[in-house]
Design a protein around this ligand. Sequence first.
Ligand code: SF4
Length: 297
Amino acid sequence: MNKIEIDRQSGCCFGVAKAISKAEEELKKGGTLYCLGDIVHNNIEVERLEKMGLITINHEQFKQLKNVRVLLRAHGEPPSTYEIARENNIEIIDASCPVVLGLQKRINKKYTHRAQDDAQIVIFGKRGHAEVNGLLGQTDEKAIIIENKEEINKLDFTRDISLFSQTTKPLDGFQEIGDIIASRMQGDAKFEFYDTICRQVSNRVPNMQQFAASKDLIIFIAGEKSSNGKVLFAECKKVNPNSYLIHSPEEIDPGWIKENIRIGICGATSTPMWQMEAVAENIMKLQPSMQLEKAAF
Ligand code: SF4
């Protein structure tokens, strides 16, 4: 009984899938297309699109461009990026995820209509992450970023606090941070908790754990820079210690492939389905008796 199953609920979330198809669609039109930052935290997919003509640039290079087309990836951008585009006659192909755009609007509204100038807008997220930079830009860079529980100490609990989260943070960690802040508020200061975590990531956890627990071996494929890949892989590992994280379909260790084994293949929200299928094909080359079966859920 040598079986492989691909977790069909793994793979690109709709935000990333939309950005990739937008890039493919624009590349088919011909001409030069730039992308501000890696389109997805998955080197192999970036390389595939670069072979089709996509040119990845950073923010410094972006400032030097004029009269070109630039695609904005799913993470979203701060208002300064749109201003530079206007000044330099850059045509923006905006593939920002609608969920991220919605969060940017909420933060911007909270910042613009805050009751007092010293009210604190707090974002639970990774400092320097592209999505967080886009969110920070909605507050003239005034929002306070906290990455962990320890950083809660830098908040002033005598002043209002509105707490938001980067979309891909784990739900339980965010809830814990919200509970700690709520318990430390003083006087009349108000605390508002906005659950802005994207369910495209958090909803995957229970299903992925159920999938991982039903297999003898889990091979999880994700790009090295994928934050949610690390989070989701850790969830698989919790329920199935025989889980391995790989960054390309070629990284399979033949020693993992034993007889009478049920293998599950999972990926991050930035892992295209074709990469999980390539992992399955490589396993079948190593063990020809292996059968690929359809996902049960
Ligand atoms: S994880 Fe959610 S917010 Fe982030 S790109 Fe995907 S759909 Fe959009």
